[in-house]
Design a protein around this ligand. Sequence first.
Ligand SMILES: [Zn+2]
Length: 897
Amino acid sequence: KKAVNLLEKFTNGEIDVLVGVATYYGVMVRGIDLPERVKYAIFAGIPRHKFSSKLENPSPTDVLRILSIIRDALEGDEKRNIEILIGRLSIRLRRLSQGALMKLKEDFQKKLAGEPVEEYPLLTLLFNALELARKLLSRKDVLENLKKRGDIALVVEDSKSYILIPDTATYIQASGRTSRLYPGGITKGLSIIIVDDPRLLNGLVKRMRWLFEDFEIKALEEIDLEKTIKEINEERTRVKKILRGELEVEKTIELTKSALLIVESPNKARTIANFFGKPSVRLLENGMPVYDVTTGDYVLSIIASIGHVYDLVVDDGIYDYGVRIENGRFIPVYTDIKRCNDCGYQFTAEETRCPKCGSRNISRKLDVINILRDLASEVDIVFIGTDPDTEGEKIGWDLKVLLEPYTRTIKRIEFHEITRKAILNAIRNPRDFNLNLVEAQIVRRVEDRWLGFALSHKVQKYFWPMYCFKVLQPALNRLIRKKKHVEKMPNCCVENRNLSAGRVQTPVLGYIIQKFKEHNDKSKWKYLLVISVNEHRLRVDVDRSIVEQMGIEATDQIIGQKVTIKEKEKYEDTINPPPPFTTDTLLEEASIRLGLSTTRTMEIAQELFELGLITYHRTDSTRVSEAGINIARQYLEEKYGEKAKEVFKPRTWGAGGAHEAIRPTRPIDADRLAELVREGAIILVRPLTRLHYEVYRLIFNRFIASQMIPAKVIKQKVIVKIGDYEKEVERVIKITEKGFLEMYETVYEEPEIKDGEYPIVDVDILKPPLARYHDVIKWMKTQGIGRPSTYAKIIQTLIDRRYVDVTKKVKALIPTRRGIMVYEDFLTKYFKEVVSVEVTRKLEEKMKEIEEGKRNYQDVLKEIFRELQEKVIENPVINKQLEELWNEYCGGMKKYW
Ligand SMILES: [Zn+2]
């Protein structure tokens, strides 16, 4: 009540200065929103968390915070163990509701005071963690390490020692009071820190830079204090007048223009909005949120269009494929997308009911467009900030076309990472639309539609009877004989609309089938001999013929046989770090190291991008910008201190252009990120899962490694002699300088082998591996099929069509019978020239040429159209063969269509 009284007096001018203790949830810091009154924030000392090193009375979050600090003072196993503990504790604390957290706090206090309290696992864990922290803090080496840190402070007061940690949340909240939004813009404020401890200042600046990459503080003598104070006072007078209604807003802010920024995803919109203080949110009539912020240059409204707004129609032009031909020109016909809110089906037909489930609960993009038109008509300029690739350019172009009549200026802005700096930079340097990219996207879409529809039609009509009679019916009959329930016998002679086929997926299906066949081809199998070398197991693969030459028939006879191993040479070698990730290498490594499907990896990467944590993830460039190199420098300096110079080796990798490799946007590793999110220092617009952190860790570590010195290793080359057969085996036996391997392991140490005779203790059959996600991606890349935006989609399409299955354990991709049959007995038999690797690659090249402005998109459409007619739709030879095929199965029956 007293506080409320004081605040009233402050608001009406009876009091000019408020003094209080700054805690980031306190009234002094959070509760005041008075742009006309608050001008300065003065911090008497650096805002900090303070712990007695005996940790008498900490809260649960204090325990976590102090553990995180102690972690950095430890090494090896101790460090790892405490990391695990922090992880367990933080996950559990995060899961608690507000009420449960309160109860935990109370119980914890009671337990600390020695009062009786009912034990439960989290309370015990927390208490043990505190005990551990106390124990570690009493250790001399730990305290010494903490003292060496330049960003926290250990102090002694009244013969008690304390640890001080800078508190960014309080600094942001309190200094933010001086700079508030008002109807005419954002107030200028001055925030002064009286430095009582340079280490804490250093720590505060460092932590602030984790959050705002361009954060800066200045020494007081560097600024013109008188001028600043004058500006602030004049502005406050104006603010007061505006708030009292004595001054019209428009007249006061001629310099500040209004702008609308349209992006495609809600996450992206919220992330951008959060860069500019706490945005005010308006909910539009259909529930869409608009975020209003001030950037300094603009009063900016941010909204999401939610993906594409337009797609090809289905019922217009040639063969119902969505393209008109007029005077030799191809005119794709687009309309707004409709979406069924009940089943999620998307369509373009003008229906009032969902074509799939019949629901009338349909939302259409036209409604979104109308809202955007209203918003656009109220602002000076519209910025389109869709993703920086052909898809993003097309979405942006559609929006431009739709909004143009309703607003004065529409500009495209391009950014490859979502940071405050990148967004401001993009807004200050808008560009025009790149029609080449738009045309390339149109060709890709039309090609996909044309060939997809044409091939799918053939598959539905002619492949289905063959598959149905040869595979499906016999299988169902077997079930019936076993008295199993069978829903319904399919009609093999009525075309099956659930089947489909497309161009780009087909060669990939072929590759998966090829790997599957090799896997099962006994002539390709090898033996994997397991040789016992002291404690260690050496695995050597040999051709089967070698073993057969030894006169051994059954594999178990080989167990117990001896091999001779002799060293050939030992030498030092240098191993260079791999480049930072591009889309294909990220998909590969996420599959190998995390077992993730390509679709899942892309989803996670998309979210990390939209949350502002990584650069754009659809890229085939390995280039690292100046900003990227700085991030690596800052991170390594923090991690290695003085030693950073010795391990840092900046590299730009790929050549110029706007695109960049996939890299983090801040010098914060996965553990630190988790910590900052937990503390609430970094606020993300959606929570991260364990997998998000794992993918982020992969991207971060690989990137930092790419900016580090090579590793030095010693390799041993030995000759393994089995009977008369000799095989060379090379292994790394010592890592003499870890270099980049500290961040990203690509080789491991194996024990040195001494010359001698060693027994074979086991033997396995080594089959050529089945295709896994990473093999397929790598193959596509080397064959020139697919692009960063399509890799994941191509594989997913094959899975969705049930041409390919994913095994549960190893996540190998294996073809189904349907997949093998449609590929071998149908697509490559009748449409070989259309779905070959060659043709697919050439098409990809043509798209690239359109993007670069080297080819006219109408010419390419003409070529594709001719190919479609000659080879798929109106080829008399093929059509005759297909009719014969149909007759073979269904000829004797009445035609149903
Ligand atoms: Zn539906």
